[in-house]
Design a protein around this ligand. Structure first.
Ligand code: NAD
Ligand code: DAU
Length: 341
């Protein structure tokens, strides 16, 4: 392992992984390969942009030619694939991009990796492949897939291709399945950065339905460390859950955000629910713990640190909340807010 191609490394979790690897592992060359979609942002990589073991290449994982060029130019021997369309609501509005990047793109990246003789291929997946989880149960790595949104189905499709390349071609693959992640540099469409930045501006917070859905919250640096642990220590052909083990109803997360910002609860608007909304995600992550991973952050301290980061870094998010973002906001929320209770 020497030259590691990190696809999707200009996004939220990918950039946290890249910052960690570049700073903590000067023995590796980290090459970020990213299409720079609306969610890709080179500002996320500014802290490492001058480091000698960091490089950037713009490209689509679904484009064979550019993938091949990047493999050859950097003598890539390891791939860590974060690249994906990642927002469930957008997958309901426009699923095509999700099939393109999360399923077809994974296939092309795998096939080119095999032809180039790449060693380890780590694929970043999600707890959403398990679907809606009954109260009291925690998903294990061997459980069946039951994805419910176009996003989750496209991620499950990508994962199944990773499994097939391991079994059919003997590729050295490892999969991680992370839970809901939050922290600095998260695109302000996901609930925590969206609600924090809207509340700062005294705008309404659209809670889907009654807000009693449960998510398991994981701090981004703990997610990035989990991926690094699986990359270095994971067994070939295996999958590893990365869980925050902090389960909260959405309405409680919303209350905490408002309280920490000293904003009134009257900003909350209960709006019509997300279609096909999964009520609960929850995973067991003992398998990753056995590889030596442990979380370093608690939800409370990480949420406070995240909110402070957004308060102190308006330069980062204010320019995002323009143009395409406002178009998306209108499509996703205008009618919902008009129908709010
Ligand atoms: P993100 O949307 O912030 O970043 C995705 C990155 O991938 C962007 O930089 C984008 O430009 C790039 N990208 C998209 N399509 C591409 C393509 N075809 N070719 C090359 N680059 C492309 O996403 P994130 O929240 O950082 O998620 C990263 C990964 O982690 C995804 O695979 C996602 O499914 C998974 N995941 C996310 C969470 C979460 O809560 N955010 C939890 C579990 C798993
Ligand atoms: O579980 C892992 C997944 O977590 C990742 O694979 C996805 O990439 C990531 O986007 C995230 O998916 P969710 O759909 O759970 O995240 P989101 O932040 O969009 O929503 C979290 C919860 O908050 C969900 O129950 C929907 C609700 N929600 C979200 C938004 C954006 C609202 O009530 N209102 C909103 O405006």
């Amino acid at each position: 392992m020497k030259n590691i191609l990190v696809t999707g490394g200009a996004g939220f979790i990918g950039s946290a992984f890249v910052r960690h690897m570049v700073e903590q592992h000067p023995e590796y060359n980290i090459i970020v390969y990213d299409k720079l979609t609306y969610a890709g942002n080179l500002d996320n990589l500014l802290p490492v942009s001058d480091e000698p073991n960091y490089r950037f290449e713009q490209g689509d994982i679904a484009s064979r030619e550019t993938v091949r060029r990047a493999f050859q130019a950097h003598d890539v021997d390891t791939v860590v694939n974060f690249a994906a369309e990642s927002h469930v609501d957008r997958s309901i509005l426009n699923p095509d991009a999700f099939i393109h990047s999360n399923t077809v793109g994974v296939h092309i990246l795998l096939d080119e990796s095999r032809q180039h003789g790449v060693g380890r291929f780590l694929h970043v997946s999600t707890d959403e492949v398990y679907g809606d989880i009954e109260p009291g149960y925690f998903s294990k790595e061997g459980d069946k897939f039951a994805p419910n949104s176009p996003y989750a189905a496209s991620k499950a499709g990508g994962e199944l291709l990773v499994r097939a390349y391991h079994i059919t071609h003997g590729m050295d693959t490892v999969v991680t399945r992370g839970s809901n992640t939050f922290g600095p540099y998260q695109y302000p469409e996901k609930i925590i950065p969206f609600f924090v930045t809207e509340a700062i501006d005294d705008k309404p917070l659209p809670v889907y339905g009654d807000g009693m859905q449960i998510r398991d919250w994981l701090y981004v640096d703990d997610h990035a460390l989990g991926v690094a642990t699986a990359l270095f220590n994971g067994k070939s052909g295996e999958a590893y859950n990365i869980a925050g083990e902090h389960h909260e109803h959405n309405i409680n997360v919303t209350h905490r955000i408002l309280d920490l910002l000293d904003k009134p609860r009257s900003l909350i608007k209960h709006v019509p629910d997300r279609e096909g909304h999964d009520l609960r995600y929850a995973m067991n992550c003992d398998k990753l713990r056995e590889l030596g991973w442990n979380r370093l952050y608690t939800f409370d301290s990480a949420l406070e640190a995240t909110i402070n980061w957004f308060k102190e870094n308006e330069w980062w998010w204010r320019k995002i909340k323009t143009g395409e973002y406002l178009e998306y906001y209108k499509k996703q929320y205008a009618a919902r807010l008009a129908a709010a209770e």
